[in-house]
Structure formats: C-alpha cells, structure tokens
Write a protein that binds this ligand. Structure first.
Ligand SMILES: Nc1ncnc2c1ncn2[C@@H]1O[C@H](COP(=O)(O)OP(=O)(O)O)[C@@H](O)[C@H]1O
Ligand SMILES: [Mg+2]
Length: 270
C-alpha cells in the first residue's frame, strides 16, 4: 500500500502545483512509482507544468462518476516511466466531489502506487476538505509572508479536525515546505525567517526552496524545474524528494546563500 500525501496551503499562488509536479517527478527519479492527482477541479494547472495538457482525455470526475476507469484516465509522464498523472475536470465545479467516491479513487490508487500526491485547490472550502479527507500525510507549502502563514495555520486546523485519520484517533503526518525564499530579503529582515515560521506553525520542516525565475520558465515549457540541474529551486526539490523517500539529506541553509567567502569579501568593500 502506498502513501497518500495532500499538498495544501490555504492561500493560493504559493506554489502547491509547482511542488506537486516537482515532488512527483522527484520521487519517480528515486525509483518510486508515483501518481500526481489534480484536485483543483475547474482550474487545471498541473497538466501544463507536466507538459501533458494535450494528452488529457479523461479526468478524475469522469473516473469518480464511473464514465472511465482509473487505467483509462492515467496519463504517463513523457520524461519518467514511474510517474503518472490524473487530470482535474475543467468543465465541472468542485462541488461535484463526494466523500465515498474520493475514498474509492484514492484507495484504488494506493494499491498501485508508492506515492499518491494530491494537489489541493486554494482556500479551505469543500474541494480542500476532500483533498485532505483520506490523506496519510500533508505537505504544507508556505511563502515567507504573514498572509501565507495565517492561511496555512487555518488549513492545518481543518486537517487536524476533519481528516479520516484524525476521526479514527490517528494522526496525519505534517511536513512544511517554505517556498520562494529570498536570502537577501531575509538577511535585511524584510522576509520572515524559517525558524519563526516553524515556531508559529509547529510543523516539521521538509525543505526550503529559493525564489528562482527558472521555475516559471520550466513550468511554461512543461518541464518541471527539478530536471534543470543548474536551478537552485530544482536542486532544492531534488533534496526534498529524496527526504520524502526516506533518505537522509542535510538541510541546506538557503537563507544565508549570499554569505559565502566571496560575497563577504565584496561586502567589506561596499
Ligand atoms: N520557487 C519559486 N520561484 C519562483 N516562482 C515560483 C516558485 N514557486 C512557484 N513559483 C511561481 O508561483 C506561481 C504560483 O505557483 P503555483 O504552483 O501555481 O501555486 P498554487 O498551486 O499554490 O496556486 C507560478 O507562476 C509559479 O511558477
Ligand atoms: Mg495550484
């Protein structure tokens, strides 16, 4: 049986879909069989980042309604044979999701994949609740800014009270990704520090991802940034994916990225 991980944030636009695509590919690169599922019904974004938008024939709503089988709807990645994708429906709105149908789908996927990664919609409405409902673990993505932390805190509250595991007296594992860190801004005190974010949210840190223009280019090309060996965000996602696969990878302190010898030296002459 695989593990179901919901990628959540509360606030929109913090990098959930980007994280889902990169982590999915990252665990696939670690030889784990993975399916990434777009739960952002009505939006559809993950297909573009994975470069699979033209391959979508059936979506999860059609699977849940019994109009297509899971096998028919699964789309194979073009870059890694361990990675599969299930698309969101574009035509229907998120109120179409129902608990028992979500449960059936997720259970079926768990039987075939090591990792089932669900990309949640923004907000904490019913679409969000269905994404976390049957999750074994959640990855909370935040940006180092107050509004993102506040909304993540709310999303965690719902996770801790409404998920199936919690209802059964168990715990949902929670991991944090701090995304879009700008080392200079942190150093100048213009951006929240990781330690403060961790203290507020009280969640285990899975990794930090720097602000990186390469992410947007990569997404536009349909090739997740993790494939770009030179990209700092890509390298961060590689480390995070390895951690998810149980490998011990040291936490790189990207908040002091510019404190190397040469930048210190140049700083002396400023
Ligand atoms: N580390 C990063 N550096 C720069 N841009 C990023 C980074 N992570 C995400 N983005 C950009 O932020 C925007 C929102 O990301 P997305 O993954 O769609 O967020 P969400 O799914 O939470 O709404 C996208 O344009 C994406 O390319
Ligand atoms: Mg998204």
């Amino acid at each position: 049986m695989g593990i179901v991980i919901a990628v959540i944030s509360g606030k929109g636009g913090v990098g959930k879909t980007t994280a889902t695509a990169n982590l999915g590919l990252g665990v696939a690169l670690n030889d784990k069989k993975c399916v990434v599922v777009d739960f952002d019904i009505g939006q559809r974004n993950l297909d573009m980042i994975l470069g699979l938008e033209n391959r979508v024939v059936y979506d999860i709503v059609q699977v849940m309604e019994g109009d297509a089988s899971v096998k028919q709807a699964l789309i194979k990645s073009k870059v890694n044979e361990n990675l599969f994708f299930l698309a969101a429906s574009q035509s229907k709105d998120k109120t179409v999701l129902e608990s028992d149908k979500v449960h059936k789908l997720v259970t079926e996927l768990k039987e075939d994949f090591d990792f089932v990664i669900l990309d949640a919609p923004a907000g904490i409405e019913s679409g969000y609740e269905h994404t976390i409902e049957f999750a074994d673990a959640a990855i909370i993505v935040v940006n180092p800014e107050v509004s993102s932390i506040r909304d993540a805190d709310r999303a965690i509250g719902i996770l801790d009270s409404k998920s199936y595991k919690v209802k059964n007296g168990e715990e949902v594992a929670k991991y944090l990704i701090i995304n879009r860190i700008d080392a200079d801004m942190v150093q100048k005190g213009e951006m929240l520090k990781s330690e403060d974010i961790l203290e507020i949210l009280s969640v285990k840190l899975l990794g930090k991802v720097p602000e990186d223009k390469g992410v947007i280019d990569a997404s536009n090309q349909g090739k997740p940034v993790i494939l770009d060996k030179k990209s700092l965000a890509g390298q961060a996602y590689l480390r995070i994916a390895s951690r998810l696969c149980g490998k011990k990878v040291d936490m790189k302190d990207i908040e002091v990225a510019n404190s190397g010898f040469f930048s210190k030296l140049s700083g002396m002459f400023k």
